[in-house]
Design a protein around this ligand. Structure first.
Ligand code: GAP
Length: 485
C-alpha cells in the first residue's frame, strides 16, 4: 500500500500510466480539478458500475435515477445550502492565504503529535470540536491565537477574524445577466433525488421503505483543496436516499451503517483500514451522522457519510414549492391502525467516487523488491487492483511478431473482448511487457508462443504472484470469466 513517504510516487505513477492527469495541464493546470485518463476512466466506471449494481440490481426496493446538474435556484434555498453551506475560514494578513479553520487547527495538532505532545494535540482538537459545535467563531479565533498557530507560508500569526464562506459555485442561466438567472452547480446530488421523490414513488409504485440511488458530478469551491483527488472542486458522488417511516430512522441508520461497511470490504478494502467516526457537529439536516473513514496514506479521513436526514429535505421542498410531498401508507401499525399520510424520513448513504478511487489505488500501489536466483536484485511497481474492477482484465501477448503467433493472439482477443476488457501488445521483450501490465494493474497476461501451435496451450501469468501456468487456449476465456466474477 502507498504510505506518506511514497504518496508522491503514487501520484506520478497515476500520470505515467494513464490514470489521472492535472486538468488543463498544458496551461499549468487548474487547482483541485483532475482529468481521468484511459485507465482511470475505466477503473472509475468499474467502481461506479459495482456500486450501481449492488444498490439497484441487488436491492429490489432501490431504483436509480439521473437528475440534471442544474436545478431551480429555489432548491438550494429550500435545502439550506444558500444560508448554511459554508465553512469557517480565516485569512493570514501577511500571506493572504485563506484556511479552513478546522484544517488549520488539525494541522497544528498533527505537528504537536509528531513532536510527542500528544496531550496538547488532543486538548486542542477537543476544544475545537466543542467550539465548532456551538459555531463559536470568536472562540475559534482565540484558540488559534492562544496556541500561536502560524501560517505555513508567512510563518506569522497575523490573522483576520473567523468568517463563514459559502462553498457553492454559481453561474448565469439563460441569455441575460439579471440576478434571477443565477443558478448553482449542485454541491450534492441528493437534492435531485428529493425533488423527484413523488415522480419516482408514483411512477415506480414504490412502497416504503424504498431507496433512490444516483451517481453524478458535484461541485464545491473548497478553500483548502489538497491531497490529490481527496478534496476536489469538481468531483463525483454516489448517493442513495432511503425513504422510511418516521420513528424507524435509528433502525435503518444502523442497518445502512453496517451494510455500507460490508460493501467497502467486498470491494477489497481490509476491515482494519476502515473505522466509524461519529459526527460531533451535525449538519443542519441531520439527527445522526457517521463517517466511514479509511486510513489514507496521509491519515484517517472520511470516505463515506451516512446521515439520518429526518424529514427535513422533503418538508422544506414542500414548503418552498407549495406542493404536497407526502406518502400514503396503508399498512397497519401494531394497533391495527393504518399509518396514513406522512412525510417520509430519510437515511442517506453518500460516498465520493474519486475518494473511493484513491482508496483503491492507495491499497493497490506496491513497490516490490526481491533477489533473483543469480543473487541480483529485481524490482517492480505493481497495482494490485482487485480483478473484478481492474480496468483491463487480460493482456494478450504473442511472444513474437511472426510465425503465425499474432494471428492466434488476435483470434483469442476477438473471442474474449465481447466479455471483458482486453489489451493486445506485440512490441518489446515479454518481461518488459509483463512489467508494464503490472504497472497498469492488469491481473492476467496470456502469452502465445511456438508451443501454442503444437499443442493449443498458452502460458497464463498472474500479476499478484507472478506465477505462470500452462493452460488450454480454448479454456482461457472461461478461466478469466471465473476469476473476475
Ligand atoms: N449528500 C450528503 C453529502 O454530500 P458530504 O459528507 O458533504 O455529504 C459525501 O459528502 C461524500 O462526498 C464524502 O464522504 C466524500 O467522499 C465526498 N466528497 C465531499 N466533498 C468532496 C470533495 N471536495 N472532493 C471529493 N470528494 C468529496
Amino acid at each position: 500500500m502507498a504510505n506518506e513517504n511514497n504518496f508522491a510516487e503514487l501520484i506520478a505513477h497515476c500520470k505515467e500510466y494513464g490514470y489521472i492527469f492535472q486538468s488543463s495541464e498544458i496551461y499549468d493546470g487548474l487547482a483541485a480539478v483532475y482529468d481521468y485518463g484511459q485507465n482511470g476512466a475505466q477503473l472509475k466506471k468499474n467502481i461506479r458500475d459495482y456500486w450501481w449494481k449492488s444498490m439497484t440490481q441487488l436491492h429490489d426496493n432501490i431504483v436509480g435515477i439521473d437528475a440534471a446538474i442544474f436545478m431551480h435556484p429555489t432548491t438550494w434555498k429550500a435545502s439550506g445550502h444558500v444560508d448554511n453551506f459554508s465553512d469557517p475560514m480565516i485569512d493570514n494578513k501577511d500571506s493572504n492565504k485563506r484556511y479552513r479553520v478546522d484544517h488549520l487547527i488539525e494541522g497544528f495538532a498533527e505537528e504537536q503529535k509528531a513532536a510527542g505532545k500528544e496531550q496538547l494535540a488532543e486538548d486542542v482538537l477537543n476544544k475545537m470540536d466543542a467550539l465548532l459545535a456551538k459555531d463559536d467563531f470568536a472562540g475559534l479565533k482565540q484558540l488559534i491565537d492562544d496556541n500561536k498557530i502560524k501560517c505555513a507560508i508567512s510563518k506569522t500569526c497575523n490573522w483576520t477574524d473567523v468568517r463563514q464562506f459559502n462553498l457553492m459555485f454559481s453561474t448565469q442561466f439563460g441569455a441575460t445577466a439579471e440576478a434571477e438567472s443565477i443558478v448553482y452547480l449542485r454541491p450534492e446530488t441528493a437534492q435531485g433525488i428529493f425533488v423527484n421523490f413523488l415522480n419516482v414513488q408514483k411512477t415506480g409504485r414504490m412502497k416504503i421503505p424504498f431507496g433512490i440511488a444516483q451517481t453524478g458530478k458535484a461541485f464545491r469551491n473548497e478553500i483548502v483543496a489538497r491531497q490529490f483527488i481527496f478534496r476536489m472542486r469538481e468531483f463525483e458522488q454516489m448517493e442513495m436516499q432511503f425513504f422510511i417511516r418516521p420513528g424507524s430512522q435509528m433502525e435503518w441508520y444502523n442497518f445502512w451503517k453496517a451494510e455500507r461497511k460490508k460493501w467497502h470490504e467486498s470491494i477489497g478494502i481490509p476491515a482494519e483500514k476502515l473505522r466509524f467516526h461519529d459526527h460531533v457537529k451535525l449538519a443542519h439536516y441531520a439527527d445522526a451522522a457517521v463517517d466511514i473513514e479509511f486510513e489514507f496514506p496521509f491519515g484517517w479521513k472520511e470516505l463515506e457519510g451516512i446521515h439520518s436526514r429526518t424529514d427535513f429535505d422533503l418538508k422544506q421542498h414542500q414548503e418552498y414549492s407549495r406542493k404536497k410531498i407526502q406518502y400514503f401508507d396503508n399498512d397497519l401499525d401494531e394497533n391495527g391502525k393504518a399509518y396514513g399520510n406522512y412525510t417520509p424520513y430519510v437515511v442517506e448513504t453518500s460516498v465520493g467516487l474519486d475518494r473511493l478511487f484513491l482508496t483503491i489505488l492507495s491499497l493497490a500501489y506496491q513497490e516490490e523488491k526481491w533477489n533473483k536466483e543469480d543473487g541480483t536484485e529485481d524490482s517492480r511497481v505493481v497495482l494490485k487492483i482487485p480483478a473484478k474492477i481492474a480496468p483491463t482484465k487480460l493482456a494478450i501477448l504473442p511472444l513474437l511478431k511472426k510465425d503465425g503467433l499474432p494471428e492466434i493472439a488476435r483470434e483469442l482477443m476477438n473471442d474474449c473482448k465481447q466479455s471483458f476488457q482486453c489489451f493486445y501488445e506485440e512490441k518489446d521483450a515479454i518481461g518488459k511487457r509483463y512489467r508494464r501490465m503490472d504497472a497498469i494493474g492488469t491481473p492476467f497476461c496470456v502469452t502465445i508462443d511456438h508451443q501454442t501451435k503444437e499443442d493449443d496451450t498458452v502460458t497464463i501469468r498472474y500479476r499478484d504472484t507472478m506465477a505462470q501456468e500452462r493452460v488450454a487456449l480454448a479454456d482461457v476465456k472461461k478461466i478469466i470469466e471465473e476469476k473476475i466474477k
